[in-house]
Write a protein that binds this ligand. Structure first.
Ligand SMILES: Cc1cc2nc3c(=O)[nH]c(=O)nc-3n(C[C@H](O)[C@H](O)[C@H](O)COP(=O)(O)OP(=O)(O)OC[C@H]3O[C@@H](n4cnc5c(N)ncnc54)[C@H](O)[C@@H]3O)c2cc1C
Length: 407
C-alpha cells in the first residue's frame, strides 16, 4: 500500500508520521514542491513556533476557529491540545506554557520541532521527495496517478496537505476533481489608518479595549496596540479573523469604534467622572489621568475631545463631558487597507468542509483522497490554534488511510 502525502508542511508531516505509526507496513511518501520541508514551522511564532494553546476543553478549543469550529470539535475527539502536549513530551520535546496560554518549545526555537519531526520520520521510514510539485491527480482503477511536470507516480491513497493558497487558481486541480472551493481571503492582519494622528502614539498599548467594526456585529476584545501604520494587537487580530470575509468584501475600507475602557458604558463612565470632579476638582485634567492608559494617550484623547489639558476637572462643563465620554468609549477611526501581522497570516477559504468527513478527513467526493491543514476552509485566531488544526487533521487523516470509504 502506497500513501502519498502532497506537501511537506505541518499537516503533511503529522499525517505522514501518523500513517506510518499506525500502519508500519505501508510505504508513506511525502512529495514536497520546494527544496525544504516545514518552512513555515521554521519561521512560525517569530522563530519560536507556538505549537498549541493550553485550552484543554474541546468545545472551548473549537471556539477559536472562525471557520471550522463545528467540524474540528469532532476531530478533536481523536487528537486535541492535550494530545499535542503528550505527543511532543513523549518524544522528549519539553514545552512551556506562557501566561497567555500559548505553548512553545522550552528551547524557544522552532528548529526543535523540525528536528523532532525529521528524526521521527527517519526512524519510522517515511520517504521524502523534494522538488516535486504535484500539478495533477487522476483516479486510476485502484488508486491515483500523481503528476509533476517531469514524472508520474502511483499511489493507493492520497493525503492533500498543500497549505493555504492566496488565490483560487492554486486550488483548481482539486476543484477539477469535483471539490467545492470556498474563495480564499487573508485572515490575521492589522488595520491601516494612513492619515490618522493616532499613529504618532506608536507603541502605546491599552490592555483591555473593545473594538467594533461600524455597521457590523464584529467585536474584538483585549489588548490594543498602536502601530506605525494604525492599530494591531489581539483585539484587532481577532476582528481580522472573524471578519476576514466581510472586511474583504469591503475592500478593507471601513471604520472602527474603539472603547478605550474595556466595555465601560456611558452611564458608568459619567458616575466615574463625577467622582473625580468631586475628589480632585482643582487638579489639571492633563495631569490627572484616571484611566489605565499612558498619559500620552490620555492627552491625545483630551485633544481629540477639544479639551485643554490645563483645564481644571471642576470646569468640565456638560458639553465637554459629552465629548470626552464619546471619545473614551466610542472613538471612531477610518481604516484604509491592511498590513500583515509579523508576517504571520493564514488563509480563510479552501476546500469546502461540506466535502470532507471529519471522522476520517476523507473526501466525500473522491474516496481514497484525504485532506489536512490549511488547504481546508479552516483557520484559527493567533495563539497556536492554526498548528493545532494542522496536527489534528493530519493525525486523523494518517490514522484513517486504511479504512474503506464506507466505514
Ligand atoms: C510567519 C508565520 C508564522 C506563523 N506562526 C504560527 C504559530 O506560531 N502558531 C500557529 O499555530 N500557526 C502559525 N502560523 C500558521 C501556520 O504556519 C499554518 O497554519 C500551518 O503551517 C499550516 O500547515 P499546512 O501543513 O497546512 O501548510 P504549510 O505549512 O503551508 O505546508 C504546505 C506545504 O505544501 C507544499 N506544497 C504546496 N503545494 C504543493 C504541491 N502542489 N506539490 C507539493 N508540495 C506542495 C508547500 O511547499 C509547503 O511545504 C504562522 C504562519 C506564518 C506565515
Amino acid at each position: 500500500m502506497i500513501i502519498a502525502i502532497i506537501g511537506g508542511g505541518a499537516a503533511g508531516f503529522f499525517a505522514a508520521l501518523s500513517a506510518k505509526k499506525h500502519f508500519p507496513e505501508y510505504t508513506v511518501i511525502i512529495f514536497e514542491k520546494s527544496a525544504k520541508v516545514l518552512s513555515k514551522v521554521k519561521i512560525s511564532g517569530g522563530g519560536r513556533c507556538n505549537v498549541t494553546n493550553a485550552c484543554f476543553d474541546n468545545k472551548e478549543l473549537a471556539k477559536h476557529y472562525p471557520r471550522g469550529e463545528n467540524n474540528l470539535r469532532k476531530a478533536f475527539e481523536q487528537f486535541n491540545a492535550q494530545s499535542t502536549v503528550d505527543w511532543f513530551e513523549q518524544r522528549n520535546v519539553a514545552l512551556k506554557t506562557y501566561p497567555d496560554n500559548c505553548i512553545f518549545p522550552l528551547s524557544n526555537d522552532s528548529q526543535t520541532i523540525i528536528d523532532c519531526f525529521t528524526k521521527e520520520a527517519s526512524t519510522l521510514g517515511v520517504e521524502i521527495k523534494f522538488n516535486q510539485s504535484i500539478t495533477e491527480i487522476n483516479r486510476t482503477e485502484n488508486g491515483f496517478e500523481l503528476s509533476t511536470r517531469e514524472a508520474k507516480f502511483q499511489a493507493d491513497k492520497v493525503i492533500v496537505t498543500t497549505g493555504g493558497h492566496p488565490k483560487r487558481s492554486g486550488l483548481e486541480w482539486l476543484e477539477q476533481l469535483g471539490h467545492t472551493i470556498i474563495e480564499p481571503v487573508p485572515s490575521l492582519f492589522t488595520f491601516n489608518m494612513p492619515q490618522d494622528p493616532i499613529r504618532e502614539l506608536m507603541g502605546n498599548v491599552v490592555e483591555n479595549a473593545t473594538v467594533k467594526v461600524e455597521g457590523t456585529k464584529l467585536i474584538g476584545k483585549g489588548p490594543l496596540l498602536v502601530t506605525h501604520w494604525g492599530m494591531s494587537g489581539p483585539a484587532i487580530l481577532q476582528l481580522s479573523a472573524w471578519g476576514a470575509r466581510i472586511l474583504a468584501d469591503k475592500a478593507y475600507q471601513f471604520s472602527v469604534l474603539v472603547n478605550w475602557l474595556d466595555d465601560e458604558k456611558d452611564e458608568g463612565l459619567r458616575v466615574h467622572l463625577s467622582k473625580i470632579i468631586e475628589e480632585h476638582g482643582g487638579k489639571m485634567i492633563g495631569n490627572l489621568n484616571p484611566f489605565p492608559m499612558t498619559s500620552r494617550l490620555w492627552n491625545f484623547l483630551l485633544t481629540k475631545s477639544e479639551i485643554n489639558p490645563e483645564m481644571r476637572w471642576k470646569d468640565l462643563g456638560k458639553n465637554v463631558t459629552n465629548k470626552l465620554v464619546n471619545t473614551l468609549i466610542n472613538d471612531r477611526y477610518v481604516v484604509s487597507g491592511k498590513t500583515t501581522f509579523k508576517e504571520e497570516f493564514v488563509t480563510a477559504g479552501g476546500i469546502s468542509l461540506q466535502d470532507v468527513n471529519f471522522k476520517t478527513m476523507e473526501s466525500k467526493i473522491v474516496p481514497g483522497m484525504f485532506f489536512a491543514g490549511e488547504v481546508l476552509d479552516i483557520d484559527g485566531i493567533t495563539g497556536g490554534f492554526n498548528f493545532q488544526a494542522a496536527w489534528t487533521t493530519g493525525f486523523v487523516a494518517g490514522k484513517s488511510v486504511r479504512l474503506l470509504s464506507s466505514e
